[in-house]
Design a protein around this ligand. Structure first.
Ligand code: CAA
Length: 282
């Protein structure tokens, strides 16, 4: 089995490590902060417990999965034997460029360098490495153990062979991969974020209240969550950052973030992670 290294043990990183380990891959979960690493492992344990409680995994499966996860606080040591690295660090361009420069030096030749970025250009990230043909987007959806999609994003130079390998690896995780090209927001967020932004505009303009807007979309369109609840779940700061990438990258005023969203982010109302967004989260 291919050795997998996942960088970042936050919500997305621990979810990605969870599914690779669940489907038999040895995984090194890397986070430079030991507290975050321990929190990430504890979250994987809790999410596996849900699967055990449901009867889709046994206690023995859980033990085996946890046994395939190796925590590390060293990038150098953690990626040394990797065949695939999936970077799921904070969504910050400079941070990602720094990590990819290091990965290019530290990983074996032939190692695929994937990023879980939700909107940063794959082509830009690939350009800081000497192997842009091996750099690709592997965009998982939250919660990773539950959501079926992997948006596989080809950068300008990503090779056919690397794309095919990442599509196949995604299938081996029980996911449905979908190949898309590298333009702002890719497909998922190019379509999702304008919907969320429009819901915020509807609130801002007094068309309806928070619960009414979400109820219309949940019951009227069979969405599992209303757009404002989903924005809280994703993080309002993340939604705003992605809208800015769409607005800057596509140059169309229709992507301009609603002033209410901007104000809420400035006020620290970020959704679930801060305890309050459109809803209160205890
Ligand atoms: N790990 C493992 N299992 C989990 C889990 C996790 N982290 N979170 C939830 N589950 C399981 C539960 O055990 C439950 O399983 P069963 O139905 O088989 O019993 C199932 O998922 C549903 O969970 P709940 O009953 O707790 O709650 P729910 O029915 O309200 O569903 C939800 C929760 C799956 C999150 C659902 O509300 C949903 O699909 N919401 C929309 C999610 C979405 O749109 N995600 C994409 C966000 S965008 C993104 O990620 C990318 C980006 O770039 C911004």
């Amino acid at each position: 089995m291919l050795n997998v290294a996942v960088i970042g043990s936050g919500t997305m990183g621990n979810g990605i490590a969870h599914v690779f380990a669940q489907y038999g891959f040895p995984v090194t979960l890397i986070d430079l902060n030991l507290d975050n690493l321990n929190k990430g492992l504890a979250t994987i344990g809790k999410n596996l417990d849900r699967q055990v409680a449901k009867g889709t995994l046994s206690e023995d499966d859980k033990t085996a999965i946890m046994g395939r996860l190796r925590p590390s606080t060293s990038l150098e040591e953690g990626v040394r034997d990797a065949g695939l690295v999936v970077e799921a660090a904070t969504e910050n361009v400079e941070l990602k460029l720094t990590i990819f420069r290091q990965l290019d030096e530290l990983t074996p030749a032939g190692c695929i360098l994937a990023t879980n970025t939700s909107s940063i250009s794959i082509t830009k990230i690939a350009a800081v490495t000497k192997r842009p043909e091996s750099v690709i987007g592997m965009h998982f959806m939250n919660p990773v153990p539950v959501m079926k999609l992997v948006e596989v994003i080809r950068g300008y130079a990503t090779s056919d062979a690397v794309t095919a390998q990442v599509m196949e690896l995604s299938r081996q995780l029980g996911k449905i991969p979908t190949e898309v090209n590298d333009y702002p927001g890719f497909v998922a967020n190019r379509i999702l974020m304008p919907m969320i932004n429009e819901a915020v505009y509807a609130l801002y303009e007094g068309v309806a209240g928070v619960e009414e807007i979400d109820t219309v979309m949940k019951l009227g369109m069979a969405h599992p969550m209303g757009p404002l609840q989903l924005a809280d779940f994703i993080g309002l700061d993340v939604c705003l950052a992605i809208l800015r990438v769409l607005h800057d990258g596509l140059g169309n005023p229709k992507y301009a973030p609603c002033p209410l969203l901007v104000n809420m982010v400035m006020a620290g109302r970020l959704g679930v992670k801060s305890g309050e967004g459109f809803y209160k989260h205890t």
